[in-house]
Design a binder for this molecule. Structure first.
Ligand SMILES: [Zn+2]
Length: 290
């Protein structure tokens, strides 16, 4: 395994010269500032480098042994001192130039993380209000993608009506509801880790190569006794409804910021969730992914 074997120039199908023999990746991380305003972390490239003086997300060449996620988080640390463990990744946007690809890994943080220029390639690092990004001199590749990226800065939340989803899969769930809930949660945990390549039609969003939604599984009644627990830092949360599961789901749909998708076939609940601004899809969409 060669360290940094991605370093080097290459030419894409559109005739541009790009840095990164195996493609490149960057991290676009968003966070609310102290006033609640949305900001993104950008770096200004050093004047002597490629596109000197231009602003864009930290990023760089992918090494052959790395995933794009790894490249993006490594570059953000090497260039801007970003602590990747404080970033929740929720999507990947692919910009394919034919023979060369740049992937923007989308992440979010609870607040602006400590960041400062580390490498010689970085002149300045700043949390820039989203509304101000377009007024900066941007790296041309980032400028081209900004309007799509801006539309997906927040993670997608998927609320799963576990009783309804389990009920639509005749696998003997009625004999052991807690066990069936455990099985479903195990499958959803894997899905949360692997991500999904598309969202159902009611969700209006630019196309990403992969989404890593935040799953919220709502359990009620006997299924609440499921032993499964969410792993720390995972993108899956379990809510055990004390009363009606439908009430808990409708409330979650109302409170969720950003795009929210509820998985249920319950007609009344569908209406309540849609009234709260959420999109709704039937269990079949989810079951086909498991
Ligand atoms: Zn190109």
């Amino acid at each position: 395994m060669t360290v940094h074997d991605g370093n080097g120039w290459t030419r894409c199908g559109r005739g541009h010269r790009h840095w990164g023999r195996h493609g490149a990746a960057g991290l676009l991380v968003a966070a609310p500032d102290a006033t609640g305003r949305a900001t993104v972390l950008l770096q200004q490239r050093s004047w002597w480098g490629s596109h000197g003086g231009a602003w864009g997300p930290p990023g760089g060449a992918r090494d052959s042994h790395e995933s794009e996620l790894h490249t993006a988080l490594r570059e953000a640390e090497e260039e801007c001192a970003i602590d990747g463990s404080a970033v929740t990744v929720h999507g990947v946007l692919r910009d394919d130039h034919g023979g060369w690809t740049y992937r923007t890994v989308l992440g979010c943080a609870a607040g602006p993380l400590r960041a400062f220029p580390v490498s010689e390639e970085t002149k300045e690092v700043a949390w820039v209000p989203v509304d101000d990004v377009a007024s900066l001199r941007l790296h041309p590749g980032f400028a081209e993608q900004w309007s799509a990226l801006r539309a997906v800065l927040m993670p997608v939340t998927i609320i799963v009506d576990a009783a309804n989803v389990m009920g639509s899969r005749p696998d003997g769930w009625w004999r052991d509801r807690a066990g069936a809930a455990d099985r479903l949660i195990g499958q959803l945990s894997r899905l949360a880790f692997d991500g999904v390549t598309s969202l159902p039609e009611p969700i209006d969003a630019p196309e990403l190569e992969r989404w890593f939604p935040q799953f919220v599984v709502v359990l009620e009644g006997a299924a609440s006794a499921a032993a499964a627990d969410e792993a720390a830092g995972s993108c899956l949360r379990i809510v055990r409804a004390r009363g009606s599961g439908d009430d808990a789901i409708a409330k979650l749909a109302e409170q969720t910021e950003g795009r929210c998708l509820v998985v249920t076939a319950d007609r009344e609940l569908r209406g309540r969730c849609e009234a709260a601004g959420a999109s709704v899809v039937g269990p079949r969409w989810l079951l086909d992914l498991l």
